[in-house]
Each structure stands twice: as C-alpha cells, then as structure tokens.
Write a protein that binds this ligand. Structure first.
Ligand code: FES
Ligand SMILES: [Fe+2]
Length: 375
C-alpha cells in the first residue's frame, strides 16, 4: 500500500475510534432465514459461486521458486499448482493419469523437477506431462490423456486464483480480482510464505461462517477476553465492485491524530480484511496474513473452512507462529461455535435475519449473494 493510501486508512480509523463511531450503511436490512436453509438455494450457490467461478486458493509466495509446487483442495477437488523450471506457473487436477491418485501432497520442491505418484510411480514433469512409468511396455503408447488435466490459473496481487473446472476460461481467472487489485497491491502478498493450513468441517451454512469476518460489533461480547483486549471495534469499510474491505485497529491508534502523519507507522496498526467473491477472506496484519476460504459442505447446514496462515519475515517465524495460533484459537473456540449456534437458531426459528446499519459489509454481501444468483 502506498504511504498516502495507508495514511488515509489510518486517519479514518483513528477518527472513528476517537469519536466512538464506525462506517455505517444507509439503512438496516432484513434477510430471510431460508437463505441459510434452502436446499435449492444452496445447490445453486454451490454450482454458480464455487464450481463455476474462480477461487483464491493461496499466495503466490508459496510457489515462487522454479521447481516448487503446492497441493490444495477446493470443493473436494484436488488441485496442484506448480512453478516449472523455466518459472512458468501451472495448475492441474491433482489426479494421476493412471488411476487418479494424488501425485503430490502438501508443498515443497519437486526433486529433479519431477513429481512421482505414490501409488504405482508414474512420473510427471512440472508442466504436467507424463515423463516415465514403470512397466511402460505393459501399456499402449502413452497418449495425452496420461498427462495431468490442466486448470486455468493466474497470480493476481500476490494471490493464486484457479478455475475448478478444466474447461473454465482463462479470462475469468485473470479478471476475478480486477476490481480490488489496487487495494491488494502493495501488501506484499507475493512474498508470503506458508505457516500452516487447517481444515475445519463446521455444521453451519458457508455464508454464516463467512460473515464472521464481516463485522466487529461482536468483539466486545463474543471476544471480550481475546480480540477485544487488543483491538477497538470501530471499523472503516470500502467496496470494490464485487469485493469489500473492512479495517479495524489497535486500541490507542486514535492518539496518532495528534502526531504528524509522516511519523505514523509504515504498516496499518491493525487488521485489513478483504472479502473476495464469493466469500473468501484475506486478513492482513503488520506481520502475518490469513486466507480463510469457506466452501459449502454436503448440506445447506454444513461447510468446510480452510484457514491458511502465512508470514513474511523468516527471522521471526517462530514468534509469528505463536501469534497466529493465538488468533486462530479465538476463531476456533469463539467464532466457529457462534456460527453453529446461528445455524441451529435460524433452523428453529425460521424468522427474519436482521442486519444493522453498523454491519454494512454483512448487508453488502447478503445483497451480492442474492443478486449474483441466476435462476
Ligand atoms: S494411480 Fe498413479 S501411478 Fe497408479
Ligand atoms: Fe470474531
């Protein structure tokens, strides 16, 4: 982020803390509880927002060096992203051309520029071609279907975007973040390195879990002894096409108003949270970042959350790991159980769902999800 944009954000949030206010929407809203319960709506979201739309699955820095790879999963689809020895980025279904087993797990450097399937040892180059296989003579000559199946992939503002369907257009992947590329640029996301990846199956609709990262009105109660001890809940929000940004800062940030902006910190003194369509969240603080990708599970009342933590400064890795674990603990023990309660409560009541003016991002996304759905 350039220093003018950064000073703009700091100035706005400091003003909000000092005046005890937050950015608000023009009017409160009411949504229907069936948005989180209806099998028909759920099925359309699953197909239109996830299977047919590009997804952000990681940070460019995780697969920055020639010869590196990252294996991920989205919507139960195994994905492999590689950087070949010439430095070109590729994505494939992580499914062997022999009988479909995964040809790589986790992430790392491919020895000799090759990935070997652990099942019967078919071996692939990082651009997806079958390089060799044991008992080659026992098969017909290799045909292109023995190679890995390619997926469209793009790096945008330091994030890896892939299409989950082999036939998806490259343009859809290239353009997915176009409206928010400016705000994401300068966060150094392309330098992020993996801290850890966790997967949580949760008994709540994917939108209820996404909304956990859309407002800070819950800090003082739900996070009274954790997040709220450090951060002020006063928030500033911005919208960029189909995406949004929500920022909140450390308590005491308001004191910066008395100082010359040229002496303000070089990083935002709090969390800058980006919500990317359809509901992926990229949270950045001054030293770590987190990608929370929430996707529908098998039923409207279930989802899978993939939480990926990354860091920037190698020399601080272990202390950053501890900080990250602390933040994740609040998410696991406080946020996720609250989403589960919401799901149970909305199922039982089937009454309207109220969104305050103080929850502008929740309102924005409720409208977006409804408007973006085709019949
Ligand atoms: S499934 Fe990969 S080598 Fe057999
Ligand atoms: Fe929370």
């Amino acid at each position: 982020m350039n220093s003018r944009a950064l000073q703009g954000l700091i100035g706005r949030v400091a003003e909000r803390i000092a005046t005890g206010t937050s950015d608000e929407s023009d009017a409160p809203g009411i949504e229907d509880a069936t948005d989180f319960l209806s099998p028909d709506r759920f099925e359309r979201e699953r197909r239109q927002f996830f299977l047919e739309m590009p997804q952000v699955i990681g940070f460019a820095g995780e697969v920055a060096t020639p010869g590196s790879f990252v294996a991920r999963e989205a919507m139960g689809i195994p994905i492999l992203v590689t950087r070949d020895r010439e430095g070109r980025l590729h994505a494939f279904l992580n499914a062997c051309g022999h009988r479909g087993a995964r040809i790589a797990e986790g992430q790392g450097e491919a020895k000799g520029g090759r990935l070997v399937c652990h099942f019967h040892a078919w071996t692939y180059t990082l651009d997806g071609r079958l390089a060799s296989r044991p008992r080659d003579a026992a098969f017909d000559a290799a045909d292109p279907r023995c190679d890995l199946t390619r997926l469209p992939v793009s790096v945008r503002s330091g994030l890896i975007v892939v299409g989950l369907r082999p036939g998806a257009s490259q343009a859809s992947v290239d353009e997915h973040l176009i409206d928010i590329e400016g705000p994401l640029a300068g966060l150094d996301l392309e330098k992020a390195k993996t801290l850890e990846l966790r997967r949580y199956p949760v008994d709540a609709n994917w939108k209820l879990v996404s909304m956990l990262s859309y407002e800070s009105d819950h800090f003082a109660s739900l996070h009274r002894d954790t997040v709220a001890t450090m951060f002020a809940s006063n928030a500033i929000v911005d919208f960029f096409g189909r995406h949004s940004r929500w920022c909140f800062a450390l308590k005491g940030t308001e004191a910066l108003r008395a100082k010359d902006p040229t002496t303000w910190p070089a990083h935002f003194p709090g969390a800058v949270n980006h919500q990317l369509f359809p509901g992926t969240v990229v949270i950045t603080t001054w030293e770590i970042a987190q990608l929370i990708r929430t996707e529908p599970g098998p039923t409207p009342g279930s989802c899978v959350v993939h939480s990926l933590g990354v860091y920037f400064d190698e020399s601080k890795r272990e202390s950053l790991r501890a900080n990250y674990a602390l933040g994740l603990e609040a998410f696991e023990k406080e946020d996720l159980p609250a989403a589960l309660e919401s799901q149970q409560g909305l199922s039982a009541r089937r009454l309207p769902f109220f969104i305050g003016r103080s929850e502008p991002i929740v309102g924005f996304w409720a409208r977006q999800w409804r408007d973006a759905l085709r019949d």
